[in-house]
Ligand binder design. Structure first.
Ligand SMILES: Nc1ncnc2c1ncn2[C@@H]1O[C@H](COP(=O)(O)OP(=O)(O)OP(=O)(O)O)[C@@H](O)[C@H]1O
Length: 323
């Protein structure tokens, strides 16, 4: 439904996007996740046909944004960071106006406006002057104007920024309800927004794609390690030498004050080694009391990926530290 290929955008001497490619399938919610200045707004403006790319292509439902901008605008709903609402109009009046300029026929307009009002929880506010609405309700009007012409694709730039926690939940639910019938791309710098709302994420940093996929798997993969916490009974040197038989072992860290008579340790690996690890221990007579795969802290991995710090290569050294 949405296809972005090798998109590059240069503003003067600033390269805002460099060779960005991704796609969104019909009915999916795709998150564009990245810190401030990553290039999210630039990507969305190009997709919405408001900004030409320096090179590369983007298409919506088969129409290329550069060569077919009018066809694209009819098929896309766009919520910019600051939607240009006509604040002296009523909610319904404004939506009728937008439907008209987006080419919805006079006969279809009442039904389309009703759909947008109801989908966005604005039915009871349709006669309210936009100026009198709270920030959360204005954001709903912004989303309603993006869907009033029933576009197959919806592009939302930071849809929950500036909202209070309750409004954030409401807007996220609203977005989730749009999926299925519409393909949604939303941008955010908030990791939780993607994990709560989106099916997949594109992580973008300094204008480049750092990874694409289902968020926790993606971050787990990018973090480069799997970690297992173990509690067992056994002799430390014997266990350390057993563990060295594992082909993908990265690091062993021992807890120096384990419960009486037991050992506690953390084993990490660049690969999923849980099954091999458990059978190795049990088959060699080690009494295993607990084994837990701890997921990487997503927030930390995301920060690591998107800060200036060079990402450390995982060490292959075996650190069988003795107490
Ligand atoms: N009109 C412009 N002229 C020059 N540089 C620009 C312009 N618009 C954006 N940039 C630069 O391009 C880069 C990407 O900006 P963009 O607004 O796309 O990022 P973003 O991820 O949306 O960030 P934010 O969340 O802060 O809006 C930044 O370095 C920004 O300073």
């Amino acid at each position: 439904m949405i296809q972005v290929e090798h998109l590059t955008k240069v503003y003067g001497t600033t390269v805002a996007l460099r060779d960005v490619s991704f796609s969104a399938a019909s009915g999916e919610i795709l998150g564009l996740l990245g810190p401030n200045g990553a290039g999210k707004t630039t990507t969305m403006r190009i997709l919405a046909g408001y900004l030409p790319a320096t090179s590369g292509t983007a298409s919506i439902a088969g129409y290329e944004v550069h060569t077919d901008p009018m066809a694209v605008r009819q098929r896309i709903g766009y919520l910019p960071e600051n939607p240009p609402l006509y604040t002296e109009m009523t909610v319904a009046g404004y939506l009728h106006f937008v439907a008209r300029i987006k080419g919805v026929s006079a006969g279809d307009r009442p039904q389309r406006v009703e759909y947008a009002l109801k989908s966005c929880g604005l039915w009871d506010r349709q006669q309210t002057i936009i100026r009198k609405l709270s920030k959360g309700y204005r954001q709903r009007v912004g989303i309603a104007q993006a869907i009033v012409h029933d576009p197959p694709a919806i592009i939302l730039d930071e849809p929950t920024v500036g909202l209070d926690p309750r409004q954030i939940i409401e807007v996220r639910n609203l977005i989730k309800n749009l999926a299925g019938q519409h393909t949604v791309i939303l941008s955010t710098h908030i990791l939780a927004e993607v994990s709560m709302t989106c099916d997949r994420a594109v992580i973008i940093n300094k204008g480049e794609v750092a990874g694409i996929g289902q968020l926790d798997e993606l971050l787990q993969r990018l973090s480069g390690s799997y970690t297992y916490d173990l509690e067992l009974v056994g002799d430390r040197p014997q266990i350390a030498s057993l563990l060295q038989r594992l082909s993908n072992l990265q690091q062993i860290t021992w807890d120096n004050s384990p419960p009486q008579g037991r050992q506690q340790l953390r084993v990490s690996s660049p690969a999923e080694i849980g099954a091999d690890l458990a059978s190795l221990l049990v088959q060699n007579g080690v009494q295993l009391f607990e084994m837990r795969r701890s997921r990487a802290n997503l927030e930390e991995v995301f920060l690591k990926l998107t800060t200036d710090e060079p990402t450390a290569e995982p060490s292959n050294e075996l650190e069988a530290a003795d107490a």
